[in-house]
Design a protein around this ligand. Sequence first.
Ligand code: AMP
Length: 144
Amino acid sequence: MSLETTYDADNIFAKIIRGEIPSVKLYENDKTLAFMDVFPQSEGHCLVIHKSATATNLFDINTDDLAALIAAVQKVASAVRDGLKPDGLRIIQFNGAPAGQTVYHLHFHIMPVYEGEALGRHGSGEPADPAALENIAAKIRAAL
Ligand code: AMP
């Protein structure tokens, strides 16, 4: 998928927004949604998306919608920081398959980093146990 990919309304995050597939939600407002990554690269790895902007990547979104999205990223990242107390925290966003993007609905990764713990592989392996994700999500939600 190139940087000029057309938005596919049936991508997996669009289905999450419509409630067609399950997700462990952390935070939602009128414009944005945050939920746990099902292939977490570290404990607390989560994603933030815009709910109505049909943007495949950073270049497709208007600045007002992007402002709402990055504000939600800051809010949720603060809760991850306070709820899980990682040693560091990455905010990551991939554009195009060659850069590592696998889902073509613009999203920001919030990835806690714990000293001495290697990050897992990106978007692969076995999906996390929903109950385990829910336990971690509860700590993040409590810090929102
Ligand atoms: P990217 O490679 O930047 O497009 O990231 C896509 C992310 O979505 C990866 O980290 C995947 O683990 C994650 N992912 C894929 N399917 C789901 C899903 N159904 N629910 C939550 N996260 C998902």
